[in-house]
Design a protein around this ligand. Structure first.
Ligand SMILES: Cc1ncc(COP(=O)(O)O)c(C=O)c1O
Length: 355
């Protein structure tokens, strides 16, 4: 399944920074590789993609991205197997999702052949930055920003599509306790919650800081109308295990259609795990926690894969979750990572080789 045939202009960095990087001590998203991909949109068309040394951009201070937040992004990972082959996980889904996000923000769609040819050429140049071994990966950040100068509140006529890459280790964010949101909302019906729009993340920082002051690391957002239904976390979809039943909210225009989430749903079906995709009420989860039936809550997302949650808070009450030997979180993490690192059969055709 090769889609990359288009030319990419490549300007190589004269030297590499890689020797200065401590790959055993990486903070997530702090170090970037030697190159970046840039593709400009002007005169109504995306121009030839370029790869050039990683470095600052020069932009007009009136560029629309700074004023109106016309910006979308994606998050993906490249993995290296024991034979030094490089793999992506469901990249077509990221491609489709960035264009879905762009459409909602009135940004022109990016061509598929540029997305794949640009990314693959970049990954081939940066292959030494992708380290072998479970947990190691190269985090890939495609994004689009409105670069046209001028502060009139209208969609820009010029954009940059870019890809930058950052080496990553297994993501461990410490013990995660979440707060069920009672006041603030992340998204509303008819809004941009389903899009990976930059502003969705900015809007979460303040309420998340308030939650942190109360001892929680993240918020699980509830529906904006009633705050009675649990939707998703800031950068993760959310699963609940009540007894042996796994429950997750259906996607809608407030929730990001997570690729990890839909992979877990497919695996749950394959392994006959009792799964319900339906609205999850705060009340049923609080009741299940009180009765001892609530066994797990975990988040799913590209950065963390699966993030087990150790407790939650709601309406001034705090609940702890049991520590399980045979958690669903551990089960899905094992299945997913083995597929990602080419160590298990890929029944669903999720892997994509970069060569
Ligand atoms: C709001 C939100 N929900 C869920 C996810 C998980 O999505 P995925 O599994 O595609 O990484 C992310 C991260 O991309 C996110 O930003």
């Amino acid at each position: 399944m090769k889609t990359s045939t288009n030319p990419v202009d490549i300007q190589k960095a004269p030297t590499s920074k890689i020797e200065n990087v401590d790959f055993n001590n990486l903070a997530f998203g702090q170090v970037f590789t030697d190159h970046m991909m840039i593709c400009d949109y002007k005169d109504g068309a995306w121009q030839t993609p370029k790869i050039q040394p990683y470095g600052p951009l020069e932009m007009d201070p009136s560029a629309k991205v700074f004023h109106y937040g016309q910006a979308v992004f994606e998050g993906m990972k490249a993995f290296k197997d024991e034979d030094d082959q490089i793999w992506l996980f469901r990249p077509e889904d990221n491609f489709e999702r960035i264009n879905k996000s762009s459409e909602r923000l009135a940004i022109p769609a990016f061509p598929k052949e540029f997305f794949f040819s640009g990314m693959e050429e970049l990954l081939k140049l940066e292959k030494d930055w992708i380290k072998k071994g479970f947990g190691n990966s190269l985090y890939i950040r495609p994004f689009v920003i409105a670069t046209e100068a001028g502060v009139s509140a209208a969609p820009a006529k010029e954009y940059k599509f870019m890809i930058i890459c950052s080496p990553a280790q297994a993501y461990y964010s410490g013990e995660v306790r979440v707060q069920f949101s009672e006041k603030y909302s992340r998204a509303a019906d008819g809004g941009v919650g389903f899009a990976k729009a930059a502003g969705n993340y900015a809007a979460q920082f303040y309420p998340t800081n308030l939650a942190k002051d109360e001892g929680f690391q993240q918020i699980i957002w509830t529906d904006a109308n009633s705050h009675e239904y649990l939707e998703e976390a800031g950068t993760m979809n959310i699963f609940f295990r009540v007894g042996d039943k796994l429950i997750t909210a259906p996607t809608n225009d407030r929730i990001l259609d997570g690729i990890t989430r839909k992979s877990i749903i497919a695996l749950a079906k394959e392994f006959n795990i009792d799964l319900e995709v339906r609205r999850v009420s705060v009340k049923e989860i609080v009741d299940a926690a009180k009765s001892g039936e609530l066994k797990e809550i975990f988040g799913s997302g590209t950065a963390t894969v699966i993030n087990p949650i150790v407790g939650f808070g709601h309406a001034g009450q705090k609940f702890d979750l049991p520590k399980l030997e045979d958690s669903y979180a551990g089960f899905f993490k094992d299945k997913l990572t083995k597929i990602q690192y080419n160590q298990a059969e890929d029944k669903f055709n999720w892997r994509y080789q970069v060569k």
